[in-house]
Design a protein around this ligand. Structure first.
Ligand SMILES: Nc1ncnc2c1ncn2[C@@H]1O[C@H](COP(=O)(O)OP(=O)(O)OP(=O)(O)O)[C@@H](O)[C@H]1O
Length: 311
């Protein structure tokens, strides 16, 4: 998949770890990851580990990482998102390779890259991975790696952030519990005007609308099974409302295996320029992080980032 741009040579590696990711578990594995990069990856010349101190810190660190060959994010989709946004501040000629050691709760971008979730296996995979030029989505000026969505699914993603603080759940079980709770309690309909690639806007009443660079969101729900991160386009899926809780729940559960595509009211589109305007504030997430607003101008930065992937 993607434009392969030569063999992997990790060189001088800046490892940016989010100690808060996965309910603080990354704090315990960051040194192990640094040491494994030093010992298990022959192409690594040097590794420096930096722990983020607060949200958005990873973006600031990555934005001045032009002297490194490779910047590796350790954590979930959130720190990957922040690192990618920082790297995009660097001139393309000086932009380091981007790698991901997935250790978050959802790890959806890792699925796109084919990166395993076991830390030591992921370190070895980085050494084997090849740089691919992958697209980034961009929404109101903010880049995204994997997913942007509005409505029910965004409410689920945001619910997981709160719920994992009070339960020991993570990954798919966490998303399933949050999903069922939001389906039963908050099956709202959102009114939107959607325009794809300059076409006249169409009015929609939706439970959710997803705009995907990769296939999955929410810890492995294959919402847009045909999405590719290297086709210079974004895949859209929306679910018309209103639907009964029973029907919507069945669609939600089928989406885990990408089998929701023929369900009633499930629609798809694809394009490189998308405008969506909601009539009122809507739950929204970008790579699992909360996004505010009602009007969203969405596009693609084709093959903007060289990403280490096994795909
Ligand atoms: N030092 C820090 N302290 C607190 N929060 C941080 C820190 N560094 C980053 N963050 C925030 O932590 C949040 C979650 O990060 P991340 O996505 O990496 O982990 P996760 O949520 O466990 O994984 P996933 O997104 O895959 O479910 C992000 O909003 C990020 O901005």
């Amino acid at each position: 998949m993607g434009d392969r741009v030569g063999e992997s040579n990790l060189g001088r590696v800046l490892l940016i770890a989010n100690p808060a990711a996965n309910n603080g578990r990354v704090r315990n594995v960051a040194l192990e990851a640094r040491d494994a990069l030093r010992t298990a990856c022959p192409s690594v010349e040097e590794v420096q580990l930096v722990l983020t101190e607060q949200p958005a810190h990873a973006t600031r660190i990555a934005s001045s990482a032009h002297t490194w060959d490779t910047v590796v994010a350790l954590g979930g989709d959130g720190v990957a998102h922040e690192v990618a946004n920082g790297l995009m501040c660097i001139e393309v000629a000086d932009r380091p390779l981007f790698g991901l050691l997935p250790f978050g709760s959802g790890n959806d971008y890792a699925r796109t890259l084919g990166m395993p979730s076991d830390l030591r296996a992921a370190v070895r995979a980085l050494e084997r991975a090849h740089p691919h030029r992958f697209d980034l989505g961009v929404c109101n000026g903010e880049f995204f790696l994997q997913t942007l969505s509005f409505g029910l699914d965004a409410a689920i993603a945001l619910d997981t952030v709160q719920r994992r603080k009070t339960t020991r759940l993570s990954g798919a079980p966490l998303y399933l519990v949050s999903g069922l709770s939001q389906l039963i309690g908050h099956l709202d309909v959102h009114c939107a005007k959607l325009s794809v690639d300059g076409a006249d806007p169409v009015s929609l009443d939706v439970h959710l609308l997803a705009v995907q660079n990769g296939v999955t969101y929410g810890g492995g729900f294959a919402v847009c099974p045909d999405a590719r991160p290297d086709d210079a386009e974004l895949d859209l899926c929306w679910v018309d409302g209103p639907q009964s809780v029973a029907r919507a729940t069945k669609t939600f559960l089928l989406a885990k295996g990408g089998k929701h595509t023929v369900r009633p009211g499930v629609r798809f589109s694809r394009g490189s320029r998308v405008t969506v305007e909601f009539s009122a504030a809507v739950p929204a997430q970008i790579d699992g992080e909360e996004l505010k607003g009602t009007r969203f101008e969405i596009g693609v930065a084709p093959r903007a980032l060289s990403v280490l992937a096994l795909a």
